[in-house]
Design a protein around this ligand. Structure first.
Ligand code: P6P
Length: 334
């Protein structure tokens, strides 16, 4: 009976084998994992503690904050502020960047995160997650400004997610493949259980909120029409659809068995070209998906090539099995 390789042991070894990975990323991940374990413990007890439901405030996105959104946000801010790794943080739940407190040692990295993605699912016991992205700070030793975060996703040093589901897992990449770790609650460690995760290039499964059909662009309507037509249409085979309403859950399924996740451009709200946020949802998930052999675009442009214009910028997202994502992009070019 073996314990298995812990997240920190794996990340340290990965940095030794790949000098391009900064050595302190292992410790940053290990510190972040503590916050994720704490969040997971609350999510799994939400019904027993008075932490379900709305917090009674809106976040910068204009969305109803759930109590656990606020608690999870605080857990990461407090858990990471004094680690000495960070120059600053950016969160879905906060309008402005978060400074490292006076007296705390500042580090070289910027941490961006969605502390609890899909939180509206908590009250109905559906998987939710934390999404994170690590960038190098342009300068250290000073307060951060929003412009410091506006780096293309291709500049990410590390990115990944924790999924609070039937088990708690943490999946990340530092640019040399993707590896998944399962929390062993008996010892409180994330153990390597899914080495070298890969996304198959082809798949018969797709995820999209089909109720938005009438708001999509024609190329997306065409693509989905063909999937729905199945073997009676030009694709000549049947497809299956899933939509969890929690990006982390849908992406984790794709990381395990392939498929596509789509939140395409829609005309539902002229102010929002897409629902998902570039810096702490699309970019980290695109990095993970690409590192596992998949693809991620906004329908036309590779997500990781998009030059950000703001901390909370939204983008359309089409990601997953490479051949399917490229088909959608091709239809936009027809
Ligand atoms: P809809 C959760 O709010 C989220 O940002 C993603 O996790 C999820 O994929 C999407 O929105 C669900 O959006 O419009 O189907 O509720």
């Amino acid at each position: 009976m073996q314990i298995g390789k812990t997240l920190k042991q794996f990340a340290q070894e990965e940095a030794l084998n790949h000098p391009e990975i900064p050595a302190d990323i292992a410790s940053l991940l290990d510190d972040l994992a503590v916050a994720c374990k704490y969040i997971g413990s609350l999510v799994n007890r939400a019904g027993l503690l008075d932490i379900r439901g709305a917090a009674g405030a809106e976040n910068v996105q204009g969305e109803q904050q759930q109590k656990l959104d606020v608690i999870s946000n605080e857990a990461i801010l407090q858990g990471m502020a004094h680690t000495g790794h960070l120059a600053g943080m950016g969160s879905e739940e906060m309008d402005d960047p978060c400074q490292i407190p006076k007296g705390a040692r500042r580090g070289d990295y910027l941490l961006l995160f969605d502390p609890l993605d899909g939180s509206s699912n908590i009250d109905v016991n559906i998987s939710v997650g934390t999404i994170f992205s690590v960038l190098k700070a342009p300068e250290s030793g000073r307060d951060v400004v929003e412009k410091d975060f506006q780096q293309a996703g291709s500049k990410q040093v590390c990115a990944g997610y924790a999924v609070y589901g039937s088990s708690i897992m943490l999946v990340y990449t530092s640019g040399f493949g993707v590896n998944g770790f399962t929390l062993d609650p008996n010892i409180g460690e994330f153990i390597l259980t899914h080495p070298n995760m890969r996304v198959p290039a082809d798949s018969k499964e797709y995820a999209i909120n089909a109720s938005n059909y009438r708001y999509w662009e024609k190329p997306v309507q065409r693509y989905i029409d063909e999937l729905v037509a199945g073997k009676t249409g030009p694709r000549g085979q049947d497809f299956n659809m899933r939509w969890v309403g929690s990006m982390v859950a849908d992406v984790h399924r794709i990381m395990n068995r392939g498929g596509t996740f789509m939140y395409p451009f829609d005309t539902k709200d002229a102010k929002k070209p897409g629902k998902l946020r570039l810096m702490y949802e699309a970019n980290p998930m695109a990095f993970v998906i690409e590192q596992a052999g998949g693809a991620a675009t906004d329908g036309r442009t590779r997500i990781l090539d998009i030059q950000p214009e703001g901390l909370h910028q939204r983008v359309p997202v089409i990601l997953g099995s490479k051949n399917e994502v490229e088909r959608v992009t091709g239809y936009h070019q027809d």
